[in-house]
Design a protein around this ligand. Structure first.
Ligand SMILES: Cc1cc2nc3c(=O)[nH]c(=O)nc-3n(C[C@H](O)[C@H](O)[C@H](O)COP(=O)(O)OP(=O)(O)OC[C@H]3O[C@@H](n4cnc5c(N)ncnc54)[C@H](O)[C@@H]3O)c2cc1C
Length: 427
C-alpha cells in the first residue's frame, strides 16, 4: 500500500490519479461533466419538484399541534439572525465552564436580536412565552451596556433584580431543551435508551460522538477508549441485527491521533491505521456498521491511504459494515466514487458509503484564500454542490455490487431527487 505523494503519480491506480487531478479543477468544467452524468429530463425535474413540495407539506402538517419545541424551531429558523444566535448559544453555552464567559456569550448573542418582531407570532403558547423571555433577556443584556433606565415593566424589574445568575440559569435550561433536538444523550447508554422508541417505528441510528480533534495522545487514547466502549454498548443493544438493519457508529480520525496532518502523514497513517483497524475488528465482532466521518479536504488523501489499508485487511474478511462519508461539495467527489468502486472490486468486498454535502465550507474557502492557492477544493455555488450530490448519488447507485449507499441530507429537494434517481434505476 502506498503512502500518498511518496509514490510517483504514475504508480497509483488510474482512479486515484483522476481523483488527485480533480483537487482544484475549474468549477465550470467540473459542473458541466456532473450535469452530463446527471442528465435529468424536464419530466423528471417536474416529478422531483412535486415530490419535494409534497414532502414539505406533509412534514409541516405533521408538526402542527406537536411539541412546543418544533414550533420554536419553526419560528426561529436558521435563515434569521435570531435563529442563528440561538443555535450558536445552544452549541456553545453548555460547553463553557466559567460563568463570566457564559454571561458574556449570552450578552453577545441575545443582546443584539430583534426579539420584539416575534412577539405573539406563533400559535404556540410555549413559543410566545419563550420569545418574551428572550426579549427580556436581550434587553437586560443590552441594558447592562447602555446603562439606560430601560426597565419600566415590573417583570423587567424582576429580571434586573434577579441578576445575571437567573438569566444564565433560564437560558442554560432553554438551551438544554434545544440541544436535545440535536444530541441524543450525554452518554451512549442514555442515547441508546432514547432511541428505543423510535427504532420500533423503523428509524435507524448511527451514533456520533461530539468533540473536537484530539490535542494530545492522552486525549486520543481517551477518545479511542470511548469509541471502543460505545461499539460494545451499541453491539449489545443491536442484538445481532447486522450492519444494515441495525445501528452503527461514526468515527473521526482526528479524534484518535493528535497529529493527523499532512506534514506527519507517514507516522499518522501508521498509528491511525492500526487504531482504526482495532476498532473495525471490534465492530465486526459486534456485527455493526462503522463509518469514518469526512473531515477537511486536505486530509482526504491521507484518510484514503488509511481507509484503503484497513478496508483490505484480511482480518475484516466476510464483514460488509465498513464505510466512509464522502462530501459532494468537493470537486473530487465523483472521481472518489469511481476510486472506491475500484478498491471494492480489488478487495471483493462492498463498502457502506454515506453521501453528504460537507460541513466545513467556510473553513475550506478561508484556507484556500489564506494559502493563495490557484482554486478552491470545494464548489463556490450552492447549486453546484447540489448537482454534485445528485450525480454522485446516481453513480453510487449504479455500482450495485460495490456499495451499500446512504444519503444524508435535511434538504427536501435532495431527498426527492435521490428518490427519483434511485427509482429511475430500479431501486
Ligand atoms: C447523518 C449525517 C452525517 C453527516 N456526516 C458528516 C461528515 O462526516 N462530514 C461532514 O463534513 N459533514 C457531515 N454531515 C453534515 C453534512 O455534510 C451537511 O453539512 C448537512 O447535512 C447540511 O446539508 P443538507 O443537504 O442537509 O442542507 P443544504 O442546505 O441543502 O446544503 C448545505 C450544503 O451546501 C453547502 N454550501 C452552502 N453554500 C455553498 C456555496 N456557496 N457553494 C458550495 N456549497 C455551498 C454547505 O457547505 C453544505 O454542505 C452529516 C450530516 C448528516 C445528516
Amino acid at each position: 500500500m502506498s503512502i500518498i505523494l511518496q509514490t510517483p503519480l504514475s504508480e497509483l491506480s488510474s482512479q486515484r490519479q483522476a481523483l488527485m487531478q480533480a483537487y482544484r479543477m475549474d468549477e465550470d468544467t467540473c459542473l458541466e461533466h456532473l450535469l452530463s452524468v446527471l442528465d435529468l429530463k424536464d419530466s423528471e425535474l417536474k416529478n422531483i419538484h412535486d415530490r419535494a413540495y409534497a414532502l414539505v407539506k406533509d412534514m409541516r402538517g405533521k408538526r402542527e399541534g406537536k411539541t412546543g419545541l418544533d414550533s420554536f424551531l419553526q419560528q426561529y429558523q436558521l435563515s434569521t439572525d435570531e435563529g442563528i444566535a440561538l443555535m450558536c448559544l445552544a452549541e456553545a453555552l453548555l460547553r463553557i465552564p466559567d460563568t463570566a464567559t457564559r454571561d458574556k456569550l449570552i450578552h453577545d448573542k441575545l443582546g443584539s436580536g430583534d426579539w420584539q418582531d416575534y412577539r405573539g407570532q406563533s400559535a404556540s403558547m410555549f413559543v410566545n412565552a419563550a420569545t418574551w423571555g428572550l426579549l427580556l433577556t436581550g434587553h437586560f443584556s443590552a441594558w447592562s451596556d447602555l446603562g439606560e433606565p430601560y426597565f419600566h415593566h415590573a417583570l423587567k424589574r424582576f429580571v434586573a433584580r434577579s441578576g445575571q445568575p437567573v438569566v444564565r440559569k433560564v437560558v442554560g435550561y432553554a438551551m438544554q431543551i434545544l440541544g436535545k433536538q440535536f444530541v441524543m444523550g450525554e452518554t451512549i447508554q442514555a442515547a441508546l435508551k432514547r432511541a428505543q422508541k423510535m427504532e420500533k417505528m423503523g428509524y435507524r441510528f448511527s451514533y456520533d460522538m461530539l468533540g473536537e480533534g484530539a490535542c494530545t495522545d492522552a486525549d486520543a487514547l481517551r477518545y479511542y477508549d470511548s469509541y471502543h466502549q460505545s461499539i460494545l454498548a451499541i453491539g449489545k443493544a443491536a442484538d445481532g441485527l447486522g450492519p444494515i438493519a441495525g445501528p452503527g457508529i461514526s468515527i473521526k480520525l482526528s479524534a484518535i491521533y493528535p497529529r493527523y496532518e499532512f506534514a506527519q502523514r507517514v507516522e499518522a497513517s501508521k498509528i491511525i491505521g492500526d487504531r482504526l483497524l482495532e476498532l473495525a475488528i471490534a465492530a465486526k465482532g459486534q456485527g455493526l456498521g462503522l463509518t469514518v466521518d469526512a473531515e477537511e479536504s486536505d486530509r482526504l488523501d491521507i484518510s484514503l491511504d488509511i481507509i484503503e489499508r484497513v478496508f483490505c485487511d484480511p482480518a475484516l474478511k466476510g464483514w460488509e459494515g465498513f464505510g466512509l462519508a464522502i462530501q459532494s461539495y468537493q470537486k473530487r467527489c465523483l472521481p472518489l466514487v469511481h476510486y472506491l468502486a475500484d478498491v471494492s472490486k480489488r478487495a471483493n468486498r462492498r463498502w457502506m458509503v454515506r453521501l453528504i454535502k460537507g460541513a466545513y465550507w467556510d473553513t475550506e474557502i478561508k484556507m484556500a484564500q489564506e494559502r493563495g492557492l490557484s482554486d478552491y477544493p470545494v464548489f463556490t455555488r450552492k447549486r453546484a454542490t447540489d448537482v454534485s450530490f445528485l450525480a454522485c448519488a446516481k453513480t453510487l447507485l449504479s455500482y450495485e455490487k460495490n456499495f451499500f449507499p446512504q444519503f444524508a441530507t435535511h434538504n427536501a429537494y435532495s431527498v426527492a431527487a435521490v428518490g427519483n434517481v434511485g427509482f429511475a434505476q430500479g431501486f
